[in-house]
Design a protein around this ligand. Structure first.
Ligand code: FAD
Length: 370
């Protein structure tokens, strides 16, 4: 059988691209080398920052805003098809600053929110206490500036991935658990992929291999500039949710799930393709957790892990067709925002593959930008 679309890599970007294509009637095969969980997509915290479609003009802002809108729709659709709740929740985020540097950076963010007309509230001590009632009083009292952004959401990554995969299968998508290793070409088309020894034929081919995309593309003679960026994260288990909101201080955060699990993240490290955790980072994240709540102690710490985010040289994702081929596309390099941008990426990529008008100008994301 020749599929309309073959997707290599079933992380959140690959699964979302497949879900959109299947929903619009294409036959789709996904090739994923791991039997277990996908890499970065499973590891992430599931924070979806606020966006505003009415003010989003810049292509990156539009991608964020469209993604944001689609998450609401998809969550419902995925639940109807798969019966799995991805736990999308509008919980809001409180951003806190405890030093002059953190205040300056938060003020900068406030200017962006003002420009984008994204609602935010500067918090007084009583409001801080409402949002962070379970925080250690001493740490809470040392907050010098705090801003609450009500439009921020969270979703539960493993549940979202399960919902996507189950929905893709229910819509007729095929998943092959093998490594894409070799490719065959006919003039300017990629016509056949070998998933280990199994030949797979498709009219369109999409590489969504996360941090490994740059390596695999070398096998089709294409160079893009990518680098894995490791993120480590800790999981705690409490009897009940720690905070009703997401807490952000600088680049570190605490995300409380409704069933009492708490995520404390994360690091940003250039360590090649090594996705192990390190004692130093675990200790640093534990220090951050303990500072905010005594409930996050050794007894409640249950697990740590690391994921490799797909990074690019200029921080922008690659979304588009490879200039070298008529039928090969890539979507990767979403770094810290892959969960968030997955829905919009899937939608626009499907429009591109079908030669339709695009909801987002993809020029800044083109793979040939050097
Ligand atoms: C600690 C941490 C916290 C994060 N928090 C957030 C957050 O709060 N919000 C947010 O939006 N983003 C977050 N991110 C970023 C987000 O997780 C990533 O941007 C996103 O998951 C990238 O998805 P992907 O599908 O491109 O890559 P991946 O999830 O890595 O999927 C790529 C897949 O391709 C497969 N693959 C590779 N090579 C081959 C091959 N040759 N053949 C077959 N399969 C192959 C891999 O096995 C893998 O499953 C976080 C990331 C980390 C690590």
């Amino acid at each position: 059988m020749k599929f309309d679309l073959a997707i290599i890599g079933a992380g959140v970007i690959g699964l979302s691209t497949a879900f959109e294509a299947l929903s619009r009637g294409w036959s789709v095969v996904l090739i994923e080398r791991t039997q277990a969980v996908p890499q970065a997509s499973w590891a992430g915290a599931g924070i979806l920052p606020a966006a505003n479609i009415d003010t989003a003009v810049d292509p990156f802002d539009r991608l964020r805003a469209i993604s944001d809108q689609l998450h609401q729709q998809w969550s419902q659709q995925l639940y109807e098809i798969s019966g799995i709740d991805n736990e999308l929740k509008k919980c809001g985020t409180i951003f806190v600053a405890q030093s002059a540097g953190e205040i300056a950076s938060l003020r900068g963010q406030e200017r962006s929110w003002l420009e984008e007309k994204i609602e935010f509230q500067v918090c007084d001590p009583a409001q801080i206490k409402t949002h962070l009632g379970n925080a250690n009083a001493e740490t809470r009292d040392s907050i010098q500036h705090a801003v609450f952004v009500p439009g921020e959401h969270q979703l539960r990554n493993p549940a979202h991935l399960n919902a996507l995969q189950t929905s893709c299968e229910k819509l007729g998508g095929k998943i092959i658990h093998s490594c894409a290793t070799q490719f065959e070409f006919s003039s300017d088309q990629l016509t056949r992929i070998y998933a280990d020894d199994q030949p797979v034929d498709a009219n369109h081919v999409c590489f969504t291999c996360g941090a490994w995309t740059g390596e695999l593309l070398k096998d089709v003679g294409v160079e893009i500039s990518m680098e894995p960026v490791r993120g480590q994260i800790l999981l705690y288990q409490l009897d009940q949710p720690l905070f009703p909101v997401i807490l952000y201080e600088g680049s570190q955060y605490i995300v409380s799930r409704t069933d009492g699990y708490v995520l404390v993240g994360s690091t940003l490290e250039r360590a090649g393709f090594d996705n192990s955790t390190t004692p130093e980072a675990v200790e640093r994240l534990q220090g951050f957790a303990n500072k905010w709540s005594n409930r996050l102690n050794e007894q409640s710490f249950v697990r740590s892990w690391a994921g490799l985010r797909p990074g690019t040289h200029d921080g922008m994702p690659y979304i588009g067709r490879l200039a070298e081929f008529k039928n090969v596309y890539i979507a990767t390099g979403h770094l810290r925002s892959g969960l968030h941008l997955s829905t919009g990426t899937a939608k626009v990529l499907n429009q591109l593959m079908r030669d339709e008008a695009l909801d987002v100008d993809l020029d800044p994301f083109r793979p040939s930008r050097g």
